[in-house]
Write a protein that binds this ligand. Structure first.
Ligand code: DGP
Length: 116
């Protein structure tokens, strides 16, 4: 359970089980679930249980490492060994719409570059 949840944060509500989500993985530090608005055949979000607005707000570098490491593990479990993309949208210009840090795992199709 998050010890610093933001009352209006939709991802804090998912962590608390107040909003349903299709969970893919969880442990004491993070929760991973399928994105409601999938942009690829596989689209999963990995989030810390503890609320942090974005990557600039996380002081705990081991947590950041854990989130990325778990994202890689999940990608392999989801059979994305052929390639996938990890994305961390940050702030308004970065296209972040939910202000609770999250890593997108996108896969199951060839990705294009540059992103829009
Ligand atoms: P971003 O734009 O990087 O902040 O991505 C936020 C993502 O969160 C977006 O792809 C849609 C997803 N999302 C928003 N609300 C919900 C929700 O209630 N449930 C789930 N599963 N995903 C959500």
């Amino acid at each position: 359970m998050s010890d610093n949840r933001e009352p209006n944060c939709i991802f804090c509500k998912i962590v608390a089980g107040e909003i349903p989500a299709k969970l893919v993985a969880e442990d004491e530090h993070l929760v991973a679930f399928r994105d409601i608005n999938a942009q690829a055949p596989t689209h999963i979000l990995v989030i810390p249980r503890k609320h942090a607005k974005n990557i600039l707000e996380v002081a705990d570098t081991s947590l950041v490492g854990h989130l990325f490491s778990k994202a890689g593990e999940i990608a392999v479990k989801e059979q994305l060994q052929n390639g996938f993309r990890l994305v961390v949208n940050t702030g308004d210009d970065g296209g972040q719409t939910v202000h609770h840090l999250h890593i997108h795992i996108l896969g199951g199709r060839a990705m294009s570059w540059p992103p829009g």
